[in-house]
Design a protein around this ligand. Structure first.
Ligand code: OSB
Ligand code: MG
Length: 367
């Protein structure tokens, strides 16, 4: 395929409720959508970079800038490109994996729409529906937390993830465990602790958690290995794993026994699949994380979550957990599961009328 041009579209998506983590509170998602145009087909993708560089160094204005200044010109200069070629062409540019992921995914979507193949089939999915968990933000009080979790369990979510930080960890976990019995439960610290907190974190061992996600800093692989020796709760990495090479290092160091795979964080679905394959070969469980995506990003994540190594429920929640109205037909929970899209490419299309209403800017980068 030859790329004719790329549209960068910014949309503003208010969240149904504020989402608080150890790094900040999100009220609305400022999303960068990428539309790649080729003579054969168009492809869509969502860049998961957030408004501010708090989860990782990337942020949405920076992602748009690096795409417009360096990445899109490198891709439109090619006479022929497919998804594998995007990675090769962008390889000299350091970092900016969320920006790279969005461009590669849009090209992959265009390519698969042209050939009539779904993401699920292309990636090697082995299921037609995936079990879903939900990520529950830090709340103002324990009663408020219990009400929120109660609502999610009533909707059918099969696993609860509690965001934690120093001062909001053992007590909320104890309260949820006492109230909801043996529900699948895990926690996510978003790098809020240090190794000196290991005795405190070991108090969580009493609650039979599936895992503790990213307790320490992004670049603390060695410290995570030490912490993993001190805890019975399995350690899972999110922020620390930006590539298959990082995953290989973490596995050899025994820094984790579980990995949260987010395609945006690792540079795209091809690298996400490499991490899946590596983990599967090494007996490391994986699950699909989320970045509060709209239906466009969610569709591809649900396809990835259907691969055989995704043995734990993901943060692939229903559209209504995030947005009153999604830009695609809403993803809806059925018996705790989301159906894997089967249509060509990501298998969903943004609704042009909804898209118009939420769009804050559009930029066309001609090839
Ligand atoms: O650490 O997994 C995380 C959301 C934004 C940034 C980081 C994280 C999250 C979530 C929510 O936990 C996952 C989701 O429901 O999309
Ligand atoms: Mg996380």
């Amino acid at each position: 395929m030859k790329i004719t041009g790329v549209e960068l579209r910014r949309i503003s998506m208010p969240l149904v409720a504020p989402f608080r983590t150890s790094f900040g509170t999100e009220h609305s998602r400022d999303v960068l959508l990428v539309r790649v145009v080729t003579p054969e087909a168009e492809g869509w993708a969502e860049c998961v970079a957030m408004g501010e560089p708090l989860y990782s160094p990337e942020y949405v204005d920076g992602a748009a800038d690096v795409m417009r200044r360096f990445m899109v010109p490198a891709l439109t200069a090619l006479h022929h490109v497919d998804a594998y070629g995007v990675g090769q062409a962008l390889e000299p540019l350091k970092g900016h994996r969320m920006a790279k992921a969005a461009l590669e995914t849009a090209v992959l979507d265009a390519q698969l729409r042209a050939s009539g193949e779904s993401f699920a089939r292309f990636l090697g999915a082995s299921r037609d529906a995936v079990p879903c968990g939900v990520s529950v933000g830090i709340m103002n009080s324990i009663p408020q937390l219990l009400d929120t979790v109660d609502g999610y369990i009533a909707e059918g979510y099969v696993r609860i993830k509690l965001k934690i930080e120093p001062g909001w960890d053992v007590e909320p976990v104890r309260a949820v465990r006492e109230r909801f019995g043996d529900v699948l439960l895990q926690v996510d610290a978003n790098a809020a602790y240090t190794l000196t907190d290991s005795a405190h974190l070991a108090k969580l061992d009493a609650f039979g958690l599936l895992l503790i996600e990213q307790p320490l800093a992004d670049d603390d692989l060695v410290q995570h290995a030490e912490l993993a020796r001190r805890l019975r709760t399995p350690v899972c990495l999110d922020e620390s794993i930006e590539s298959a090479a990082h995953a290989a290092a973490a596995i050899s160091l025994k820094a984790c026994s579980v990995i949260n795979i987010k395609p945006g964080r690792v540079g795209g679905y091809l690298e996400a699949r490499r991490i899946h394959d590596l983990c599967r070969a090494n007996g490391v469980a994986v699950w699909c994380g989320g970045m509060l995506e709209t239906g466009i990003g969610r569709a591809a994540n649900v396809a990835l979550a259907a691969l055989p190594g995704f043995t734990l429920p993901g943060d692939t929640s229903a559209s209504r957990r995030y947005f009153a109205r999604d830009v695609t037909a809403p993803f809806e929970l059925r018996d705790g599961h989301l159906d894997v899209p089967t249509g060509p490419g990501i298998g969903v299309d943004p609704d042009p009328a909804v898209l118009d209403e939420v769009t804050t800017s559009v930029e066309w980068l001609a090839g």
